[in-house]
Write a protein that binds this ligand. Structure first.
Ligand code: SF4
Ligand code: SF4
Length: 93
């Protein structure tokens, strides 16, 4: 898209929700979640795979606690956890 077209596009969409999307820390996207990962510290071997693979970077690398303000419930952490220390539970409707 050329600059003129882009500027016209910005003028047209100025009042749209997507005009100022902000950045990920401002948008607490955890409300999108349908399932919640639950971490069992007693079964965790601290391998760090959940932290490494989490696409939202919402797992603490020291404690492996999950920040539910940002976790979208994709389940990748649970799928990568070899000892099964993370289980996915349905969020209440
Ligand atoms: S469910 Fe997805 S977004 Fe949430 S902590 Fe696990 S990998 Fe990250
Ligand atoms: S992947 Fe599982 S075992 Fe490894 S740090 Fe995360 S919760 Fe612990």
């Amino acid at each position: 898209m050329g600059l003129e077209k882009y500027e016209a596009f910005v003028r047209r969409t100025r009042n749209c929700l997507t005009y100022s999307p902000g950045w990920s820390l401002e948008n607490r996207t955890g409300a999108w979640r349908a399932t919640r990962p639950v971490h069992d510290a007693a079964s965790c071997n601290s391998c760090g795979l959940c932290w490494l693979y989490c696409p939202d970077n919402c797992i603490d690398p020291s404690t492996f606690a999950i920040d539910y303000d940002y976790c979208k419930g994709c389940g990748i952490c649970a799928a990568e956890c070899r000892p099964g220390a993370i289980t996915m539970e349905r969020e209440p409707e």
